[in-house]
Ligand binder design. Structure first.
Ligand code: NCD
Length: 315
């Protein structure tokens, strides 16, 4: 495994399988009364978040704490970057204190790669702009495996604001590496540029027609958030029209379940209820959205374990 986790492309199929297998052991710790193992005792992990986060930041923090690491959170807003300090000076300052790992989220695509050139610490990309979010793709794969027993050969449809989504980029690499049959769905204005070439090269399908993708009876339907904070112009006429074309409405939920009764609905969160996903779908028996959150802790424990503890038994 590479020293850092910057992109899903850093991981081979064997690496992904190893991380997911370790996460199964870590999930056992998650279910104990006393959630503490000594694996990362004496290690210091800094969560450096320049963008808002609920799930990712707290699950990295919990993961580190359960493994006995010292974890500290620094948010962009409360740090000296708001006084004009450069990103390079900020990370060099933090790392000068003796830090073992930097879990980083930043609005600039490529920020984690850049930081990895500057510091000796292990760098984990927790989301860089619209580029990648590898730990999310790993926890998605974990959740899919929990429900379907495998990823290989499954039909996965990913629907929503793909243009602004680092989750789709990491998932396309992850799911194709694991042999899933992937279709991405978005309105033309929210498809990333150059996606047709990428689709042809990496062997996934794309369509602008959500109902066509549903008719194929996907095993996994991954809904992605409309990222209004990254939108400067009008990417769709009105919210109502977006929902009509691309929302997982109650009717579409019924279609999905009639086509494939084993289908599961995933969403990385945070959700815009009523826009890309209806409350009925978010709370449906087939929704695995909270399972994704639980898996997030176990998967992030596995990531910290392999990057920081070295090999050996999970205690
Ligand atoms: C995603 C992110 O931040 O990229 N959320 C997450 O990590 N759970 C997706 C999103 O913001 O829509």
């Amino acid at each position: 495994m590479n020293k850092h986790l910057l992109s899903m492309a850093d991981l081979s199929l064997a690496d992904i399988e190893l991380l997911l297998d370790t996460a199964v052991q870590m999930q056992e710790v998650q279910h104990r009364d006393v959630k503490k193992i000594p694996t990362l005792r004496g290690r210091t992990v800094i969560n450096l978040f320049f963008e808002d986060s609920t799930r990712t930041r707290s699950s990295f923090e919990i993961a580190g704490k359960w493994m006995s690491a010292d974890t500290i959170n620094i948010s962009g807003k409360g740090s000296s970057t708001s006084k004009g300090e450069s990103l390079r000076d900020t990370v060099l300052t933090i790392c000068a204190m003796g830090v073992d790992a930097l879990v980083m989220r930043h609005s600039a695509s490529g920020a984690a790669h850049q930081v990895a050139q500057w510091v000796d610490a292990v760098v984990i990309n927790a989301g860089d702009g619209t580029h990648e979010h590898p730990s999310q793709a790993l926890l998605d794969a974990y959740t899919i495996k929990q429900h379907h027993g495998r990823v290989e050969g499954l039909k996965v449809a990913i629907v929503g604001d793909l243009l602004h989504s680092r989750v789709v980029r990491s998932n396309l690499i992850s799911l194709r590496t694991q042999g899933a049959d992937v279709t991405i769905v978005a309105p033309p204005t929210l498809m990333p540029s150059g996606i047709r070439d990428w689709a042809a090269r990496d062997g996934f399908a794309l369509t602008y027609d959500f109902d066509e993708a549903l008719a194929a009876g996907p095993d996994v339907l991954m809904m992605l958030r409309v990222q209004r904070e990254r939108m400067s112009g009008g990417f769709f006429p009105t919210e109502r029209e977006y929902t009509e074309g691309y929302g997982l409405t109650r009717d579409r939920l019924a279609t999905l379940m009639s086509r494939n009764e084993r289908a599961v609905i995933a969403h990385p969160g945070p959700m815009n209820r009523g826009l890309e996903i209806s409350p009925e779908a978010a709370d449906a028996a087939s929704s695995v959205i909270l399972d994704q959150v639980s898996a997030g802790v176990a998967v992030r424990m596995a990531i910290l374990y392999h990057l920081l503890a070295g090999e050996g038994n999970v205690q």
